[in-house]
Design a protein around this ligand. Structure first.
Ligand code: RB5
Length: 143
């Protein structure tokens, strides 16, 4: 499986840990590449654009809280970025929201918590049905 990943300095350590934990995933790392202070929109926009260019289906975005990364990613049409703090929200983000970016807070979660969330995110399918129409409305009502 190919998956994108991006962070700012607040998410850098967790990004590196995630890549090392899930070695079977072919990670496309969009940066950043150190703990030096950077601006999260630069890296999260790269991740969102790569998904919209069909380079991969899903991605993980990490900043300190996950909030800035969520705000940035969700500015892109057809990006559904879900800031998840636990396994339940990760499960629902896939089942009901068909989230294509999982957003994590590098200063919020312990590594082990993040790993559990990531496993759920990648192993849960979208339920479709009534949720399909709701997702379409997200784009249509913004036209
Ligand atoms: C960076 O210090 C921090 O503001 C950023 O990682 C993120 O938490 C923003 O929402």
């Amino acid at each position: 499986m190919i998956c994108g990943i991006a962070s700012d300095h607040g998410g850098f350590k967790l990004k590196e840990a995630v890549k090392n934990e899930f070695l079977h995933i072919n990670w496309k790392d969009m940066g950043c590449f150190s703990e030096e202070s950077v601006d999260y929109p630069d890296y999260i926009a790269k991740l969102a654009k790569a998904i919209l260019n069909n380079e991969f289906d899903k991605g993980i975005a990490i900043c300190g809280t996950g909030i800035g990364a969520s705000i940035m990613a969700n500015r892109f049409t057809n990006i559904r970025a879900a800031l998840c703090h636990n396994e339940f929200t990760a499960e629902m983000s896939r089942k009901h929201n068909d989230a294509n970016i999982l957003v994590l807070g590098g200063r919020v979660l312990k590594n082990e918590e993040a790993y559990k969330i990531i496993k759920i995110f990648f192993n849960t399918e979208f339920e479709g049905g009534r949720h399909e129409n709701r997702i379409k409305k997200i784009e249509n009502l913004c036209l």
